[in-house]
Each structure stands twice: as structure tokens, then as C-alpha cells.
Design a binder for this molecule. Structure first.
Ligand code: ANZ
Ligand code: ZN
Length: 867
């Protein structure tokens, strides 16, 4: 057979299959109620001019493998893709390129799509959606109306974070370390009327429902912290000699006898009223200074505490003590009441502050092992027994909290209170490239929603869309857009000119994929009920809070409105690790200034190669356009093929770990596929297509062994892929390939050998298909099968065949034979390790030493290294 000499040539195989898949439209999703469904979804990408890198592929390839496997396992699979095309990134990029997002976005989308096809991703493109298309944002506006009608969208004046360089308002989460997340300029404050969604109404549900989600624990923790629920007491304190009082929130009312001062936030309204004349100048100056410090910095734990005394005193309600009132910026106006009782003995910030300004530090909580009069040398925030606390002395913290809450409540001086860190979601953008907020301002009717049937409020087609720089949206400068009539009373009225931030579009797109072309409504409830919730949601951990919290919030609102039958959109969430690339920096020259946190000047690769090597510092950094360290899928596919890229991305490390990009790794993946190719040509003449009918043959030991390997691997690969353990799935395929190769090597003189071999190679092709679909379909065809493996089935797993005969394993400790044990041939390395470590003849040799290493040779030996 001449073809047997043919080399593995992905360049001829891959485009051929990609166009065949496309022609046969194999990825189109069908809704078959008779089959279980599986919905695999990647985070909604925003198409940028840089295209995708092999870093992004680490998101798309694994999801594709999972979806392909589920399809072959008999599920109806929804695996769609669309574009988060509205929003700041697209707009800012277009501004930079002096183009228009209407022009750039479609170009970028075309690139993304081409790249995704190039790496063999099986999206159902018939469901493609684009959030900047009126047929989509019409329904984003409809969603706004749903919230508005339920009292969950409101407008209020609020200090907005303002980036003077992007000339735009920033959401709190877009200000990072006091800087604009896009451009890095320091953020300022500006008062503007803004639209908000009342996510705080859902704080408790968003918090409690996290418990049942199959999400990474770290992400759940971040959401819990973001919501920041805390239980405490809010109570009243008098300001001595003024007749005025203020309220303070504390989570530690059990420490109230330890209050030695109080602190107001600089913005607290009482500051001006209670400050004594001799303190006024200093206080005013401090308040002025504080305006320039971002909230983020004010909260930072490591920051040096500052403050000034107001000259006023507060009266502690439990003991009548007068304590000084200070102003300090570590107290935030936006949390609790903006005023605190300070307990330096048991709160770290208060401790630092008291140390710095020489304020009294008192012990009122005693942990086990300490005495009531032991001095406090650092803040002791733990609960304990109350001491020096009047009638409450001797109570444990928990009980003290209850008793004091009752004490305050019975006197009408305070009450139990739950506080949240979570703030309402600022949705307004004073920018062009977004869905217009569908509201009309009428002088007699107020804020009126544009009726659903009049949607969409179209984004006007304009040339000049750059931010006005006044804080107003550029839409405000377009009279044809602004001037309208009130939908309620018909009189002249003005349209809202703010647009919605991109997080609105991505808060419901996963629903639209279930019914992407519906022109009557946002979605057909039956289709959504069939496909949703998303079974597996795949993306980067950087969206831990915003997108994932907002999407959960909208889903709950839709649930309450009877629009969807579930309360959580994403049943299972997985985060892929990042791809890091070597990034060259040049050592700084004399007097050259560096960016914060950097040891050198970022340079390009060619530049790095020209410089003497001692001038260049190489660092592993996240692959990104801004670092100039991007490797594109095109480069890799061109040289090694899409299947090799896929195998490499899966095999290189556990799915959720960061990886360092390596070309050698791809060479290895390509070599593996080359081995598959050659072996399959070698085995081709031995293949018996009707092997299933011949399973009644007597099998000898080697044939049984191969069959066992086949079936244990089928199980392992399927389980691994479902659990996103792609690296071990590929490793199992590699081991299996070696076993098949050895088997062929030894020879196949009898029919039973060829039956076992045929079973193995057919199963191998099927299992290879989700991972490396092009080569799999090619081999499939060359073995005389027709059709596409994607539309075919996974190999059938037979537990009885996989069930192992026993094998005998020698157990050594430091190279000396100490025991032999029998174990199932299918036992994994860690099973064997456990058996060996627990063996009664082995344990005496491990007493008093530490196990340093356990080496397992499957089927043969366990060697324990201990000393
Ligand atoms: C006295 C105290 C003693 C406190 C103690 C803590 C420990 P969480 O858990 O985050 O809700 N606090 C209250 N309002 C504040 C504000 N606007 N800015 C800064 N800090 C504020 O934190 C609640 C605690 O943070 C409150 O309990 C208060 O300090 C402080 F041993 O009161 B505590
Ligand atoms: Zn009106």
C-alpha cells in the first residue's frame, strides 16, 4: 500500500476537513427532546484588533474538546460563539486607530472567526450573535425595561469616578489602585446623574446561592468578599456639649468598653459642625487633602494611617466616658455610617492609629492564656472573654454581642444591622458605543421607559463619536436623537443620552444563544428551559466578580419575573490557566526612568536578539499584545498543524495551571501525531472491520491485556475530559498508543490478535476525535469508514473487559524488597502507592522516617524512598 509511506501532513489534512465540516454543516445544533442536553460556553469575547493568541486558545480548545466528547457521548450539544462588541475596549481601540467601531468591529470579528476555524473549533455559527447589532441590543434594552419595571433601575446623582484621559466615567471596579484600568491615569471624582441597577436588593440571594454551585472555591470566595455581608450593631453616640449625635456601625459590639476614641470619615456631615474653632484650620486642610486619595488606597491595609483631632468628644453610651473624635481617611463615607467607635486594643487599623497619635489602648477581650491586665502589644482581633467591661465582664464574645445588642435595642439607642460592601451596579456610560438606555425624560411624567414594542432605541449613525469631555455622552449633541415625545403623555421630551456599559450585554447573552434569531421576544421560554443552565462555563479567573455576579443577578431577576425557570445561569464554572511567554526587557541606561514595578524597558524580540545577552532580562509574563510577546495560532498551525496545537495546549499542564509557552512542547505534540499516523498505516492491513462479530474468539494473555488497556483507557479518557483533566487524558492516549505499537511489534499471527488490535485502533480513532479531530477524521476515512466522527459515537466501554486480572507488585523500601502484593491490573499509580505504603510488611520500615519519594512502575514495582 503506497499510502503507508505517506508522511503525516497536517497542512493537507486540516483545511480539507475544515471545509468538509462546514459544507456538511455538522456543528449545527438540533433540538432533540429525546436526548440529554449539554451546553458548553466560553466567556463572551470582545473582538480586538490583535486577534486571538495561543493564550486565548487555552480557553477555546478545551471547551471544544469537552463539547465534542459530549456530542459523541450522545448529548445534544450547544456550543455557540458570539461577540461582546459594544463597550469601552472596542470604542477606545477604534479611537486610537482613528476609525469607527462600526467599521473595525466587523473586521475584527472576521479575524476571530477565521482563527477559530483554523484551530478546528466546532461552533454552531448559525447562532452567532453580536451585542452591537440592533437585533441583539433591542433585547438588551428590553432587559433594562424588565429591571426598570421592577424598580431595579434608578437614576441618582452620584460622585462618579472620572478618568481625565479616557474622558469617561469609570465603574468602581474599573479603578484599580486609584488608576483607570484602561489607561492607568489617576482617577478623579465628578458628580453626575447616573443610572444604577439595584443589585444590593439581591445581596443575600447572590451570597447564599453560591454554596450550591460547582465553581472554583477561590471564585466563590471572591464573590463572598465582594458582597461582604457583615452582621453587627448600629448605635447612636452623643457629641458632648453640642446636642448632636451620630451613628456608628460595629461588628464587635462586645469590644465597646475598649473604645478610646471615635473616627469620622472626612466627608462625614458632622465634621464641619462639631470641629472646635482651634482645630478648624487643620481639619479643613485634612479634609481637602483626602479628596485626592482613592477609596482603594484608603482601604489598603498597609497604608500609613493619618488623621486630625476635631476638638470634639463623643460619649460612650455604655459607660458615659468622653472620648476624642478624630477625622481620618481610613474610615469611608460609603460604608456603614461613615463613623466608627475605635477600639485600638482589638482592631488593627485603630491600633496603628492609636500608636501613632499616642491614644490609649485598652484590653477588653481576653483570649485563653492571657490575663485581663496583660498589656496589648499588637491588636488582638480574636474573640475571647470580655474583661474590664462593667456588668458584661466574664461573658464570651458571642454572648456579649447578643447581650449588648439587646441592651441597645431595649433602650432605643441602636439595633442589630446587616451591612454589605456590595454597591449598586453603575450602568451609565457617557459614551457612544453602547446600547442607548431606553428612557425618555418628560417634564410632566418624569422618567418614562420606551415601550417594549418601540424598541430598539437605535444608536444614531454618526461620524464623530468621541467622548465630549464634558461628562455628557456624545449622543447629547445630536438633536435628532435627543428630541422626542413622551411615550406616556405625547408632549415634547428628551431622550436619555447615556448608554449601557458592556456588562449589560454580557449579562444575558447565554440566554440568547438558546434562541438567537427570535424577533418576537428576547427568548422563547421553552428553548431557554431546554438549554439552560449552562452546563460548563469556561473562562479566565479575572472575571470572578463583575461579569459573573451581574449575570447571576439578572438571571435571578428574570426568575422572579417568571421569564426563566432557574435561579443560577452557570451550573459549573472552570477557569483555565494563563499562557505565559518570555518577554524581553532591556537593562536601563544611566538616568533612564522605569515604569513602576519594572526592572527594565520593554523591548521587542528582534531588538532583544540584536543586543548583547547581558543587556537583556527575560521574564515570563502573561501573553498579551501590550507586552509584544504574542504567539498567534497562525504561526503554530502553519508549522505544526492545528491538531498539534490542540494536543499541546491540552497536554502541557493541568487545565487550570499557568503554562510557559514552549515551541519544543509543540514539536512533541506534532511528533505524537506523527507516531499515530505511522502506526495506523502499519496496522491498516491487519484491521478487521467486523471485529465485533469475532469477540467470541479465545484470547490469549497478550490480547486480553491489550483489550483491557483499550477499555480502561476509554473510561479514563472520557472521565478525564468530562472533569477537565485534559493533560491526563492525552497522557493516557499516549500510553495506549505505545501499548498498541508494542502489540503490533510482537506480531499478530492469529485472528484473535487482529480482533484485539482492530478493537483498539477503532476505539483510538474515536477517542482521538475530540482532541485532534482532523487527523482522526482522516484516518477514519482511510480505514474505509464514511461520515464524520463528530457525528458518530464514542467507543463503547465494557467494564468486564476492563476489569483486571490481578498483578503482582514488588514493594521496595530504599531498594530492598520488603513485600509483594497483588493488585488489580487496572490499579492506578496512586492506588498502588497507597497499597504499598499501608502494607503490614512495609509499615515497620517506615516508622520514624519520612517518605521522600515513591516510584511506581505500573504492573511491577513500587519503590519507597525514605530517610
Ligand atoms: C469596632 C471594632 C472593634 C471593629 C474590633 C472591628 C474590630 P466589616 O467586617 O468589613 O463590616 N468600620 C465600620 N464602618 C467603617 C467605615 N465606614 N470605614 C472603615 N471602617 C469601618 O467591618 C466592620 C468594622 O469596620 C466595624 O467594626 C468598624 O470597626 C469598621 F475589635 O468597630 B469595628
Ligand atoms: Zn410625559
Amino acid at each position: 500500500m503506497a499510502e503507508a509511506d505517506e508522511r503525516y501532513d497536517p497542512k493537507s489534512i486540516e483545511p480539507k476537513w475544515q471545509s468538509r465540516w462546514e459544507d456538511a454543516d455538522i456543528f449545527r445544533t438540533t433540538e432533540d427532546p429525546g436526548k440529554p442536553k449539554a451546553y458548553g460556553l466560553d466567556f463572551f469575547p470582545y473582538p480586538s484588533g490583535a486577534g486571538i493568541s495561543v493564550g486565548h486558545c487555552r480557553n477555546y480548545i478545551p471547551t471544544d474538546v469537552y463539547c465534542r466528547l459530549m456530542r459523541m457521548a450522545g448529548h445534544n450539544v450547544l456550543h455557540p460563539m458570539g461577540w461582546d462588541a459594544f463597550g469601552l475596549p472596542a470604542e477606545n481601540e477604534a479611537i486610537q486607530k482613528r476609525s469607527h467601531p462600526k467599521k473595525t468591529v466587523p473586521q475584527y470579528i472576521a479575524t476571530y472567526k477565521r482563527q477559530m476555524k483554523l484551530i478546528g473549533i466546532g461552533y454552531d455559527w448559525s447562532r452567532e450573535i453580536n451585542s452591537s447589532d440592533p437585533s441583539y441590543y433591542r433585547w438588551t434594552q428590553w432587559c433594562f425595561n424588565v429591571l426598570f419595571r421592577r424598580g431595579l433601575a434608578y437614576r441618582s446623582f452620584a460622585p462618579a469616578n472620572w478618568c481625565p484621559s479616557c474622558r469617561t466615567v469609570l465603574a468602581n471596579e474599573e479603578v484599580q489602585g486609584g488608576l483607570c484600568w484602561r489607561c492607568g491615569s489617576p482617577a478623579e471624582k465628578k458628580q453626575l446623574p447616573q443610572w444604577f441597577f439595584k443589585i444590593t436588593d439581591y445581596a443575600d440571594r447572590l451570597l447564599y446561592d453560591l454554596d450550591d454551585l460547582d465553581w472554583p472555591e477561590g471564585i466563590k470566595m471572591m464573590q463572598r468578599n465582594w458582597i461582604g455581608r457583615s452582621e453587627g450593631v448600629e448605635f447612636q453616640m452623643e457629641v458632648a456639649g453640642t446636642g448632636k449625635s451620630f451613628r456608628a456601625f460595629t461588628t464587635r459590639i462586645d469590644t465597646i468598653f475598649g473604645v478610646t476614641f471615635c473616627v469620622f470619615a472626612p466627608e462625614h456631615p458632622l465634621v464641619a459642625e462639631v470641629t472646635a474653632p482651634e482645630c478648624r484650620a487643620a481639619v479643613e486642610e485634612y479634609v481637602r487633602q483626602a479628596q485626592h486619595v482613592s477609596e482603594m488606597d484608603r482601604m489598603a491595609a498597609e497604608r500609613e494611617r493619618t488623621g486630625v483631632f476635631t476638638g470634639a468628644y463623643a460619649i460612650n453610651p455604655v459607660n458615659g466616658e468622653h472620648v476624642p473624635i478624630w477625622v481620618a481617611d481610613y474610615v469611608l463615607m460609603g460604608y456603614g455610617t461613615g463613623a466608627i467607635m475605635a477600639v485600638p486594643g482589638h482592631d488593627e487599623r485603630d491600633f496603628d492609629f492609636a500608636r501613632k497619635y499616642g491614644l490609649e489602648i485598652r484590653r477588653v477581650i481576653c483570649p485563653p492564656g492571657k490575663n485581663p491586665n496583660d498589656p496589648i502589644t499588637e491588636a488582638e482581633p480574636a474573640d475571647g472573654v470580655m474583661v474590664n467591661s462593667g456588668d458584661f465582664t466574664g461573658l464570651p464574645s458571642d454572648e456579649g454581642k447578643e447581650r449588648l445588642a439587646e441592651w441597645f435595642e431595649s433602650r432605643g439607642l441602636g439595633e442589630r444591622k446587616v451591612n454589605y460592601r456590595l454597591r449598586d451596579w453603575l450602568i451609565s456610560r457617557q459614551r457612544y458605543w453602547g446600547a442607548p438606555i431606553p428612557i425618555v425624560h418628560c417634564t410632566s411624567c418624569g422618567e418614562v421607559a420606551v415601550p417594549d414594542e418601540q424598541l430598539p432605541v437605535l444608536l444614531p449613525d454618526v461620524e464623530n463619536y468621541e467622548p465630549s469631555g464634558t461628562g455628557e455622552s456624545p449622543l447629547a449633541a445630536i438633536p435628532e436623537f435627543v428630541d422626542t415625545s413622551c411615550p406616556r403623555c405625547g408632549r415634547g421630551a428628551k431622550r436619555e443620552t447615556d448608554t449601557m456599559g458592556g456588562f449589560a450585554c454580557s449579562s444575558w447573552y447565554f440566554l440568547r444563544f438558546a434562541d438567537p434569531h427570535n424577533q418576537e421576544r428576547a427568548w422563547d421560554p421553552e428553548k431557554v428551559a431546554y438549554w439552560l443552565p449552562v452546563d460548563c462555563y469556561v473562562g479566565g479567573a479575572e472575571h470572578a466578580v463583575m461579569h459573573l455576579l451581574y449575570a447571576r443577578f439578572w438571571t435571578k431577576v428574570f426568575y422572579d419575573a417568571g421569564l426563566v425557570p432557574f435561579q443560577e445561569p452557570f451550573e459549573r464554572l472552570v477557569n483555565q490557566g494563563m499562557v505565559l511567554a518570555q518577554t524581553p526587557y532591556r537593562r536601563p541606561r544611566e538616568g533612564e526612568r522605569l515604569r513602576v514595578g519594572e526592572e527594565g524597558i520593554l523591548i521587542s524580540r528582534p531588538e532583544a536578539e540584536r543586543l548583547p545577552s547581558d543587556q537583556v532580562i527575560w521574564k515570563w509574563e502573561k501573553m498579551s499584545k501590550s507586552k509584544g510577546n504574542v504567539v498567534t495560532p497562525e504561526e503554530v498551525v502553519d508549522e505544526y498543524g492545528a491538531d498539534a496545537l490542540r494536543v499541546y495546549e491540552l497536554f502541557v499542564a493541568p487545565f487550570d495551571m499557568n503554562v510557559q509557552w514552549s515551541t519544543e512542547g509543540i514539536v512533541g505534540a506534532n511528533r505524537f501525531l506523527g507516531r499515530v499516523w505511522r502506526l495506523f498505516w502499519q496496522a491498516r492491513p491487519l484491521f478487521i472491520r467486523e471485529w465485533r462479530d469475532l469477540l467470541g474468539d479465545e484470547f490469549d494473555d497478550r490480547s486480553r491485556e491489550l483489550r483491557r488497556k483499550t477499555h480502561t483507557t476509554i473510561k479514563r479518557v472520557c472521565d478525564d475530559i468530562r472533569d477537565f483533566r485534559f493533560n491526563t487524558a492525552v497522557a493516557a492516549m499516549m500510553e495506549w498508543l505505545n501499548a498498541i505499537a508494542d502489540f503490533v511489534q510482537v506480531g499478530t499471527p492469529e485472528r484473535q490478535h487482529r480482533v484485539a488490535l482492530s478493537e483498539a485502533v477503532e476505539a483510538f480513532m474515536r477517542l482521538l476525535s475530540p482532541i485532534a479531530p482532523h487527523i482522526a477524521d482522516e484516518l477514519w476515512e482511510r480505514y474505509g469508514f464514511t461520515g464524520f466522527l463528530f457525528l458518530d459515537q464514542l467507543p463503547v466501554y465494557d467494564e468486564a473487559v476492563a476489569a483486571a486480572d490481578e498483578v503482582t507488585i514488588a514493594v521496595q523500601v530504599n531498594g530492598k524488597l520488603r513485600a509483594t502484593l497483588s493488585a488489580p491490573a487496572s490499579a492506578s499509580n496512586s492506588d498502588l502507592e497507597q497499597l504499598a505504603l499501608g502494607h503490614p510488611k512495609v509499615t515497620p520500615h517506615l516508622a520514624g522516617v519520612t517518605v521522600r519519594k515513591v516510584i511506581v512502575v505500573p504492573g511491577r514495582l513500587v519503590n519507597i524512598v525514605a530517610n
